[in-house]
Structures are given as C-alpha cells and as structure tokens.
Design a protein around this ligand. Structure first.
Ligand SMILES: Cc1cc2nc3c(=O)[nH]c(=O)nc-3n(C[C@H](O)[C@H](O)[C@H](O)COP(=O)(O)O)c2cc1C
Length: 182
C-alpha cells in the first residue's frame, strides 16, 4: 500500500493475510468470503460508469452508486484500486453514470468484463458530451471532484452537472443474481 495512504489511514490500517482474512492491530477480522456473502443480502441497483477513451468509450459496471449531497448535487462510487477506470476518470476529468433498465443485464455483464467492453460500447449514445447507455432508466453527467483511497477500493466523488430519468423499471442485483422489481 502507498505510504501516503497508509499514513492517512493511521490506526485504521488493515492488512490482508493469505487466506483472505484481515487483521487489525493483530485481531482477526471477518473473512472476505463471509463479508461478500453478507453484503450480497443487500439489494442494489446496477449502473455503468462511462468516460471517453480516445475515439471510443471506456466503461465499468458498479453496484456502489450512492447519492452523497443535494446542495451541491454530488454522487459517489467505490472502485477497486487496480481499476483502469479509476485512472481514466481522474485523467479525463468528466464521466457519466447510467442506471441500467431491467432488461440490460447483458450490458452489465459486458461492462464488467474487459474482453466484451468494446462491443458494449456500441450500446452507448452521447449526452452532454459524454457516452451514456441508451435505454438506461436514469443517467448523470459529472465532473470528477475527489478520489479518496480506503482499503483496497477508492471513493470517487462526482459533481453532478446534468441528470435525466425516464419511466421504466431498474435492473437489480441481489444474492449474486440479477433481479427485477416484479
Ligand atoms: C453487478 C456488478 C456490480 C459491480 N460493482 C462494482 C463496484 O461497485 N466497484 C468495483 O470496483 N467493481 C464492481 N464490479 C466489478 C467491475 O465491473 C469489474 O471488475 C470491471 O472489470 C472493472 O473494470 P476495470 O478494472 O478495468 O476498471 C461489479 C460487477 C458487477 C457485475
């Protein structure tokens, strides 16, 4: 871990062991498997973050989209720290978030896999100068405001410049499966 980040985390610094469990001050914490399984009980929406990449589109599927502030309007997503998307967002300075509709699970899978990302980019249209997923139930365009590293992920905060929504049901993720509201 980067020493600046280690210093910022101070006493909350957590180290990973080979079996995926964590220690904090020598005390063993919950294993990765148990944590993942328990968090899978929490239903989430499924969104795709997109940003221009040369002439094309770079995107990534996230379940961690959260509204952060109303005044000013801010949102956040949590991205793993090895993520190419994380680097690109900060570099490009702007990004879009599309909240997927209930029939868009193939797009969610495609943007979660590097190999199929290129084909999934064809599902995007342009709005407010950024790529957004056509047919999404909502989309936001954002200016990158901050990235805060914590653990093996980083919190990316976007200042929302434009937001749209349309009637329609969202795609959900629960217990490691895609679900519909009805
Ligand atoms: C439903 C779903 C939700 C996901 N949510 C997140 C998330 O919130 N944060 C994250 O870092 N990865 C998440 N992932 C995994 C990323 O989409 C996947 O690792 C992607 O390939 C990362 O791209 P990158 O590392 O090239 O930037 C999710 C995947 C799926 C299928």
């Amino acid at each position: 871990m980067n020493t600046v980040i280690e210093a910022a985390l101070g006493q909350h610094y957590t180290s990973l062991t080979a079996d995926g469990s964590s220690t904090q001050g020598g005390t063993e914490l919950v294993t990765e498997h148990t944590f993942r399984a328990a968090m899978a009980a929490l239903p989430t929406g499924v969104s795709v973050i997109t940003t221009p990449d040369g002439d094309g589109v770079w995107g990534m599927t996230v379940g961690s989209l959260t509204s952060l502030s109303l005044r000013p309007p801010l949102l956040l997503v949590c991205l793993h720290r090895g993520s190419t998307t994380l680097e690109l967002l900060a570099h490009q300075g702007r990004f879009a978030v599309s909240v997927l509709a209930e029939d868009q699970h193939e797009i969610a899978n495609a943007f979660a896999r590097p190999r199929t990302r290129g084909t999934a980019a064809s599902s995007c249209t342009t709005a407010d100068g950024l790529p957004v997923v056509a047919g999404a139930v909502a989309w936001f365009t954002c200016r990158h405001q901050h990235t805060y590293a914590s653990g093996d992920h980083a919190i990316v905060i976007g200042a929302v410049e434009h937001a749209e929504h349309r009637p329609g049901e969202p795609l959900l993720r629960h217990a490691s499966r895609y679900r519909r509201l009805h």
